[in-house]
Design a binder for this molecule. Structure first.
Ligand code: 5GP
Length: 113
């Protein structure tokens, strides 16, 4: 069964998409944890970072550059932002499709909970 993010890629369910290219999609998180909270995902199905393969190296780099591009477009590149990729149960991963959270627009606490 396809994950909710595959359905967003396929436009089967709506999302507030802020960026798209041939390999990546970025959209606003439905439950934002900061004034700016965007998810950057690959169109290729990779469940999580731990499942990525050596052949995904370029794609992973592209996702990071896309996260930086989104942060610039959202106006938080200078003020600061955080990227997060929750991987597996202890990290609280809830959607089994690799995603990079881009969080910004407020002071973020460290260490994370
Ligand atoms: P995780 O907990 O796996 O690191 O992150 C999954 C994120 O996906 C959560 O922040 C959650 O709010 C977001 N999310 C879950 N379902 C949807 C949805 O249908 N649309 C959007 N835009 N975000 C979603």
């Amino acid at each position: 069964m396809s994950s909710i993010f595959e359905k967003i890629i396929a436009r089967q369910i709506p999302a507030d998409i802020v960026y798209e290219d041939d390999r990546a999609l970025a959209f606003r998180d439905i439950s934002p944890q900061a004034p700016k909270h965007i998810l950057v995902i690959p169109k290729k199905v990779i469940p999580r970072l731990a499942a990525a393969q050596p052949e995904d190296e370029q794609l992973l780099g592209h996702l990071l550059l896309t996260a930086a591009k989104v942060a610039r477009a959202e106006g938080v590149s200078e003020s600061g932002f955080r990227i997060v990729a929750n991987c597996g149960p202890d990290a609280g991963e809830s959607v089994p499709h690799l995603h990079i959270h881009v969080l910004g627009g407020r002071q973020l606490a460290w260490p994370p909970g």
